[in-house]
Every structure is written in structure tokens, then in C-alpha cells.
Design a binder for this molecule. Structure first.
Ligand SMILES: [Zn+2]
Length: 162
């Protein structure tokens, strides 16, 4: 598994809903968690590892010991706005403040196909919104100006050459 980096066109693919939670889906979720921890991320969407199915993993706990796997996550409702600095494993070493809902109600199914509806706030709410954006082919830098995105593209290109 490798993490796709901006400006890969594959990051723009809209992921498909998961109908059957197969062993392959479960294995992929575990591999996604491994690579997320390895890269010191707090969230990862399947899109980022070139799997175009609607699933994300995250862990916003301080000790990084509360892994969550969300299949077919959906934001049901959004409340208020917060603006915090975000980063992304697909846009390395770049951070920016992005407006997000402060509180969300979201739904998902787990690996045993149980459905849940929960509330999230703060960092967890940001993370879920960020990862669901990935499933829709959207990056956090899409909220910035085109000039800024061009700047990031040039910066990453230079870095890759090194
Ligand atoms: Zn990301």
C-alpha cells in the first residue's frame, strides 16, 4: 500500500459505496490503519491508498490507541463553524486553516455490518469531514485559492526532485 500524493488524478476519483463487507475489505481497513500509524496520521481514506470504496480509518486519541474504522460514512447534519489547521498525508508538509462544521452527526456501518449514528465535535469532527471529502475526490487544499494550490504543486514537485 502506498499513499497517493497531490496532484495525482486518482485522488479525484469518487469512491463507491461498499455493499458487501468482505474479508478483503477488512484486510484493507487493517492495512490502512497500519500505514496511517506508520505515517503518524490521524486519519486515512481508502481513496488515498488507491482503493475507491467508501471507508476511512482514524484515531484522534492522544495515545493513538483508539482506532476507528468507518464503512460508508455519511454526514447527516452539520452545526456551527470552526477553523483549525489541517494537514494531509497526500499533501505532505503543508498545513492550512480550513472552515469546517464544529459539530456533526454522522452515520456509518462497522465491520459486522452494524449501523451507527453518532455525534462528533472538535478534532474528530474535522477529521471525519476531511476523510469523507477524500471519498468524494476532494482535498483540503481545494478550499484554498487556485494560486495557493499552484504554489503547493510547485513546492511538492521541487521536493520530489531532491
Ligand atoms: Zn487527507
Amino acid at each position: 500500500m502506498k499513499i497517493l500524493q497531490f496532484p495525482s488524478a486518482r485522488l479525484r476519483i469518487v469512491a463507491k459505496k461498499i455493499i458487501n463487507i468482505t474479508d478483503e475489505v477488512k484486510e484493507n481497513l487493517n492495512s490502512m490503519l497500519d500505514i496511517m500509524y506508520q505515517q503518524k496520521g490521524i486519519g486515512l481514506a481508502a481513496t488515498q491508498v488507491n482503493i475507491h470504496q467508501r471507508m476511512i480509518v482514524l484515531d484522534v486519541s492522544e495515545k493513538q490507541n483508539q482506532a476507528q474504522k468507518l464503512i460508508n460514512p455519511v454526514i447527516v447534519e452539520k452545526f456551527d463553524i470552526q477553523e483549525e489547521e489541517e494537514g494531509c498525508l497526500s499533501v505532505p508538509e503543508f498545513r492550512a486553516k480550513i472552515p469546517r462544521a464544529k459539530k456533526i452527526i454522522f452515520s456509518y456501518v462497522d465491520e459486522e455490518n452494524n449501523s451507527f449514528q453518532k455525534e462528533a465535535e472538535g478534532l474528530l469532527a474535522i477529521c471525519i469531514q476531511h476523510e469523507i471529502d477524500h471519498l468524494n475526490g476532494k482535498l483540503f487544499i481545494d478550499y484554498l485559492s487556485q494560486a495557493k494550490r499552484q504554489q503547493i504543486r510547485t513546492m511538492l514537485k521541487k521536493k520530489r526532485k531532491k
